[in-house]
Ligand binder design. Structure first.
Ligand code: MN3
Length: 339
């Protein structure tokens, strides 16, 4: 019975989550939620038609071609964003293009004004002071992005609102982005988004489009981002001290599984130093629990013991056992490795 209830709750949550997170290969061009001329005069019908039916369609087609028979065929669109740093340029650029444009069509409207009573409205006012200040910051981010790219309003891992821009088809979900979080409003500043109507005047396009934001859709994106498991994943992936410990753990434990104890005999002191740094560093909010704190303390205790065994030149079997139990403790924090 409990399993059934859990399943039903999970299915409900999954059903409410964004369309994007459910997407998998082969990806499809989503239906445009309005006619090509709906956003006139801010975006003219010709620009909208070319942007959607040529540019976005090409991203989807090229993404599928690049993914075909690659090891990334099984990745969701969000997973492709998360691990963009290891993707080839075709998957990264076309995957980003598909993700970003799918959001872009949905956050535009001439009939959904800013609502200070909405959840995102309250957050915008408390973060930026007013919607006009936010619009100014977004316009500035878009105007100062050299070449092609995007301006973003996104939810940080601390669940705050922030503004940034990205080059090409990158976005803040990507591990290659200096600013990390979940985008809830993205403005395309590629020339193909405005050149037919605004020519070289990107600033005029930005001023106009700030008054064509679908704030109801942004509010929905905001509320979904706050509870998204993706946000917690990004939070963990940006936990520097954990990543540093992981790097030494992976570089010593995996060779030991194949009987090679040289790496741990050389790096046990380094592993201990990384464990201590993890203990004294800031724990991200979602991970700041008594269980995780205990595991981190256990990591330090275990690393001290392991380092002492290495110093005393203990035999391979003893070292392997100590490292293996340390690895088990690590995974109560880290979760399962992706590789
Ligand atoms: Mn575009």
């Amino acid at each position: 019975m409990k399993n059934i209830i859990t399943f039903v709750i999970f299915a409900l949550i999954a059903g409410f989550s964004t369309i994007l997170s459910a997407q998998n290969y082969p990806f499809e061009l989503p239906k445009l939620p309005y006619a090509y001329n709906t956003l006139e005069p801010v975006i003219d019908a010709a620009t909208m038609e070319i942007h959607y039916s040529k540019h976005h369609a090409a991203y989807v087609k090229n993404l599928n071609a690049a993914l075909k028979e690659s090891k990334y065929e099984s990745y969701s669109l969000e997973e492709l964003m998360l691990y963009a740093g290891e993707l080839n340029a075709a998957i990264r650029n076309n995957g980003g293009g598909h993700y970003n444009h799918t959001m872009f069509w949905n956050i535009l409207s001439l009939t959904s004004p800013f609502n200070p009573q909405s959840e995102v409205g309250k957050a915008v006012v408390s973060t930026f002071g007013s919607p006009d200040t936010l619009k100014m910051l977004l316009s500035k981010a878009g105007a100062t992005r050299f070449g092609s790219g995007w301006a973003w309003l996104y939810v940080t891992t601390d669940k705050k609102l922030a503004v940034c821009s990205s080059p090409n088809q990158d976005n803040p979900i990507m591990d290659v982005s200096p600013e990390r979080g979940i985008p809830i409003l993205g403005i395309d500043v590629w020339e193909h988004a405005y050149y037919l109507k605004y020519k070289n005047l990107r600033g005029d396009y930005l001023t106009a489009i700030m008054n064509a934001i679908n704030w109801e859709a942004v509010n929905k994106n905001y509320q979904e981002a706050l509870v998204s498991p993706l946000l917690k994943t990004i939070e963990k992936e940006t936990w520097t001290e954990l990543n540093n410990f992981h790097e030494v753990m992976a570089g010593t434990f995996h060779p030991s599984e194949n009987g090679d104890l040289k790496p741990i005999r050389e790096r046990s002191g380094e592993l201990l130093a990384k464990a201590k740094a993890l203990q004294s560093g800031k724990i991200p909010a979602s991970f700041n629990t008594p269980d995780i704190k205990k595991s981190i303390n256990d990591l330090v205790t275990g690393s001290v013991k392991l380092d002492q065994l290495v110093v005393k030149k203990a035999d391979d079997k003893t070292i392997t056992k100590s490292l293996s139990s340390l690895h088990d403790v690590f995974h109560t924090i880290q979760g399962l490795c992706r590789h």
